[in-house]
Design a binder for this molecule. Sequence first.
Ligand code: IVH
Length: 662
Amino acid sequence: MFIMKRYEQLKKLIEHHNDLYHRQDKPEISDYEFDQLFQELLALEKKHPELVTSDSPSFRVGGVVLSGFTKIPHTLPMLSLANSYSAEDLVDFNDRVKKFLKTESEIEFFCEPKFDGLALEIIYENGLLVRAITRGDGTVGEDVTHNVKTISTIPLKLKTDRPPGLLEVRGEVLIFKQDFKTLNEQQQENGENTFANPRNAAAGTIRQLDSKIAASRPLRFFAYGLGMAEGVDFKNHSDVETYLSKVGLPVAIDLVKIAKSADEVIDYYNTINEKRSSLPFDIDGVVIKVNSLKVQEDLGLVARSPRWATAAKFKPEQATTVIEDIQVQVGRTGALTPVAIMKPVRVGGVSVSHATLHNQDEIDRKDVRIGDTVVIQRAGDVIPEIVSVDLSKRKKSSVAFLIPKNCPTCQKPTQKLEEEVVSRCVNSLCPSVFKESLKHFVSRRAMNMEKIGDRLIETLVDQGLVTNYSDLYKLKKTDLLNLDRQGEKSVDNILKSVEISKKTTLARFIYAFGIRFVGEQTAKLLADHYLSLESFLKATPESLIEVPEIGPKVAGSIQAWLENKTLTKQAIEITQLGVSFEAAKRNDSGPLVGKSFLVTGTLPVKRDEAHDLIEKNGGKLLSSVSSKLNFLIVGSDPGSKAQKAESLGVPIISWDDFLKLI
Ligand code: IVH
C-alpha cells in the first residue's frame, strides 16, 4: 500500500518539477535532486512493473521501440488551410467571410503564428494522454505516442481536477532554432547525418521507431486547436486556447491577438513578419481564424479547407547567386561533406558564401552543379541552404557533380556503407581526419587547451610538428617561435595552456579521443565504470555491455578503438607526459563496499570528514533519501530526511554506530 502511495507521489512530484522547469522556466530544485526523484521512480517501476501507469514520467526518457507504425484514423479529419502570400489577400478573406455571412458588421478574428513544423493530434481521455497521431493525409495518421510522451513540455496528465472525457488537442511539433544548431553539431560530432532545417529534424525525429532517439532530441509542441472534445464547451476560439494553456499545454499565448477589423489583421501580419527572425522557432506565416465557434460552424468548409480560416505566408528570405565551386570537406569521422562555395550574397541581413550540400543524395535530388545560378535561403533563419537551381541559366557544358571516390586530402579510396548516405575516408593517417580529430581533442569540452585554435592545429600538422596526439605535449618553445605569427608571449601562452590542460578528468580524456558514438555523457559513464585509464584500456566486450546505457553499437565502436594499439599506446604515453586525472573517489575495497550512505544533522566531525571516511572505506554517498539508500547517519537536530528514511524503512544509525561499521 505504501509503495503505491509513494509511486503516485513521485509521479506527481516529477511532473510538477518538470512543469516548473520546462514550461514555466522557474525550477525549484536542482537537476541533481530531480534526477534523484527520477531514479527512485525508475527503481520502483523496475521492482513493481505492475504499478506502471500510462502517465508515468518514465516514458519521457524513451525506451519503447516499435517494429513499425500503426495507422490510426482521426475522429475528425485534420484539414488544411487555404494559403495566400500577401497581406492584401487577407482583405479578400475578410470580404469573403462577410459576403458568405451576408453581413456588413466587422468580424472578430483570432490571429496566431503559422508554426513551421508538423501537425499532430494528441488525445486525452479523462485527462490522461492516451494517444498521439501524426496528421498523415488528414484522414489517417501514424501512432507516435511513444515519441510524443518524451516531449517534456507536453503534459502526460492535464492540469485540472475536472478533466474532460475526451480532448483531442491539435498543434505543431517543432524544434527551436538554437536547439537545432546544437543538434546538428552533435550529429556531426557523432558522425551522423545533419538535418537541412529544424522542420526536417522534427519530422525525422517524430517518425523514429525507437523513442530513446526522440527523447534525446529537443522536440517542442504548440497547441492551436481541437479535434473532437467531450465535456467541455467554448464560445470562442480564444477560449479554446486559453483553456489549453490553463490545463498545461504549450500555447504561443504571447504571440496571438484578437483583431476586430481587416486593418488590425494586416497590422498583425506585419508585426509578426518583423518579429519573425528574432523568434526562437521558425514560423512561415500567420493563421487567421474567425473567433466565434458558432460563426465558424455557419461558415463550414470548401473542399478540405475551412471557410473560417486562412493562412497568409511570409515571403521566405531568399536571394539568387552563383555556385563558384563545390568543395569536399573531410570531417573527424572521415565523412565527406560537399560544400557549395558561392558568390557572396546577403540573405536576411547577413552575407552568405557557403552552403552545405550534405551528401551525394542531396546533390542529386537538387541537381546542383558548379556554375549554376541558384536560389538560396537561410534555413531556420540560420543555416544557408540551396533551395533550387535556375535551369534556364545552366550552361550546356555543365556536368553533374560527383563526390570523388578517393579522399580529396589523402587520395585513398573512400568507403560508403550501405545503410549510410555519406562516404567516408577510412584512412586513419589521413591528414584531414587527423587535423579534425586534433581540433576535437584540444576543444573546450575535451582537453580544453584554450590557446590552441583551429589555425594553429593546421599549421602544427602542416609543419610536421604534430604527427600524433602525444606530440602536443612535446611542443618546444623554439619550435613554436619559428612559426609565422608567433611571438614570445603567445608561445608562452600556448605552452601554458597545454600545461594547465594536463590536470583533467578521465571522462574528458576518453571524450577527447573522439571515439565514434562516444559523446560527453557516454565518456562520463565509461569513466565512472572503469575508474582508471588502465582498466578502461583493458575493457572487454562483455564488460562494456554492462556499462549503463551502452548498447552493442556503441560497445562495438569502443572495442574497435581499443583494438587500435597505436591509439591506446598514445593514450598511455600522454599520461606519462604528465596528464593526470582527478583521483577517482570511489574505493573498491573496504568494509563499506556496496553500501550507500547519507549524512544528516550535526555530527561530532565536520561533514567533509564524514564524507571522506565513508568513501575511503568503499562506501557510496547519495544526496537524498530513497529506497536505494542503505543507511542514514543522523547527528543532532536531524530534519525531514530522518522522517522520510523512517517511512521508507531505511535503517537510521548514529555516528557511533557508523564507526562500529568501519
Ligand atoms: S489551424 C483547418 N493554426 O498549417 C486547419 N494550423 O495548412 C486548422 N499550422 O497542417 C489548422 N500553425 O500543421 C492552424 N496556428 C496554426 C498553425 C497551423 C501551423 C499548420 C498545420 C496544418 C497547416 C494547415
